[in-house]
Design a protein around this ligand. Structure first.
Ligand code: KMH
Ligand code: ZN
Length: 443
């Protein structure tokens, strides 16, 4: 049953001095949850004609402080309707705040052009079948389309921008990829970097146990320098196969400066998956060269090897390049995109970037986020909330927390998996990931 999915309700409330509970006139987080409770109740009344009951929160995140004098807009949307359960996503946004300027008038306040998100949550309510009444779906005035400002007579009302899409329904499956070694990370930076085939296999198995269903693989020479040797890849893949059923995705990016034939070598091992980098970009102080002929050539070689492609996009235009390859029949569906954010010289690791990139891919395609360094945690967590898949691991980031090295990629995978489950997302097994990515279909 889908009735009511997408029904949205918004309340706007001023936080008074009586709401402030902590030093600095800070309002406690429970006040936001009380607002969400009222939003949920209105949603249930409009859907079911009953106040219902709040059963559980699956995730709560406080992202900015709320103080006395703030105007808070609390929005909720029904994301899933079961027989008696109603899953909801909530967002509280600050639209007005007191200036609190030293020497300024204590009453000075600002209305924001762009609201500031202060709290997000996912929750589930229930309305027992016998209490569900009709008529249903009396739409609230605030959910009606906003009036066209330009056509309204002066003085015009202030219309807060409508809430954007909040989050993905919590049941969506999630593919976790572990990028366990890369080409750039060194043993000098972290002693936890796997280098030999045995170390790579151990780390792949640990990551699988922690929740990864894909391992993004590079290999290294015994001295730690990057290599694309098919012998080294073959040995690493064989060792990984002995230990675990994880999907092995070999890199065709290699390291900056490598040529086409060198980069293509792992395809001789016929990996289940391989990356296709979709454009040239500055890569730190170097240039990662992916000319259009090189991309087309690698795409053809990956297909000939029978491997499924992951499209690495470090820029918005790289998505267009991938779509052009698809349109001309050079790569097959289903398309799987990896948005690699925060590479110095590439697109930044920001929420608006993820939302825009995700909006550019066609229906039926899947997308994930990999982000570099300190951006890995916040951007992958955001991707999980928005319905994307994620990649973590030492290739992109060596720290668990500021100044604390991750003891391999597995702890990063474990943390991401725990976060995903907290959101209600199901971390896939490799067998299911093979189905989603089209590996099973291709045999
Ligand atoms: N090492 C980077 C220059 C990939 O694996 O396909 C490229 C890279 C991408 O890591
Ligand atoms: Zn890589």
């Amino acid at each position: 049953m889908n009735t009511g999915v997408g029904l949205t309700v918004t309340l706007r409330v001023r936080m008074g001095a009586h709401d402030a509970h902590y030093a600095g006139e800070l309002v406690d987080g429970a006040r936001m949850l009380a607002l969400f409770g009222d939003v949920a109740t209105e949603l249930l009344i409009r859907l079911d004609g009953d106040e219902g009951l709040f059963r559980a929160y699956e995730a709560i995140e406080f992202v900015a402080p709320v103080r006395a004098g703030d105007y808070i807009e609390a929005t909720g949307v029904i994301t899933r309707v079961g027989k008696t359960s109603r899953a909801m996503a909530f967002e509280a946004r600050k639209v007005i705040a007191n200036r609190r300027e030293l020497g300024g008038a204590p009453s000075a306040a600002d209305a924001f052009a762009e609201p500031i998100v202060v709290c997000r949550a996912l929750g589930t309510c229930v309305v027992p079948s016998e209490l569900q009444r009709r008529p249903r779906l009396v739409l609230p005035a605030l959910s009606a389309p906003s009036p066209e400002v330009a056509t309204l007579p002066e003085p015009r009302p202030i219309i807060t921008p409508p809430p954007h899409v909040i989050v993905t329904p919590p049941s969506a499956e999630l593919i976790l990829t572990a990028a366990i070694v890369g080409a750039e990370t060194t043993r000098q930076q972290t002693p936890w970097l796997p280098i030999s085939a045995a170390e790579l296999a151990d780390e792949a198995a640990r990551c699988r146990d922690a929740g990864a269903s894909v391992v993004h693989l590079h290999v290294r020479n015994p001295d730690g320098t990057p290599s694309q040797s098919s012998e080294l890849f073959g040995e690493a893949i064989a060792r990984i196969r002995e230990k675990t059923d994880v999907i092995v995705q070999t890199s065709t990016g290699g390291a900056v400066g490598m040529g086409l034939d060198e980069r293509a070598q792992p395809l001789l091992c016929h990996p289940e998956m391989a990356t296709l980098n979709c454009g040239t970009l500055n890569f730190g102080d170097d240039v990662f060269v992916n000319t259009r002929p090189l991309i087309r050539d690698l795409a053809a070689r990956i297909r000939a090897a029978g491997s499924v492609i992951e499209l690495e996009c470090y820029e918005v235009g790289h998505i267009d390049e991938a779509l052009a390859l698809f349109a001309s029949g050079q790569i097959p569906a289903p398309l799987h995109f990896q948005f690699v954010l925060g590479v110095p010289g590439g697109i930044g690791a920001r929420e608006d970037v993820i939302r825009f990139m995700a909006s550019q891919i066609p229906a039926g395609a899947t997308w994930g986020v990999a982000a570099v360094g300190r951006w890995q945690k916040p951007m992958t967590e955001l991707a999980m909330k928005l319905g994307g898949h994620v990649r973590v691991g030492l290739e992109d980031n060596i720290y668990l927390e500021k100044g604390v090295l991750a003891e391999g990629s597995a702890p990063l995978v474990a943390r991401a998996a725990a976060f995903a489950r907290g959101l209600g997302r199901e971390v896939t097994e490799p067998s299911r990931a093979r189905e989603i990515l089209g590996i099973t279909a291709r045999g």
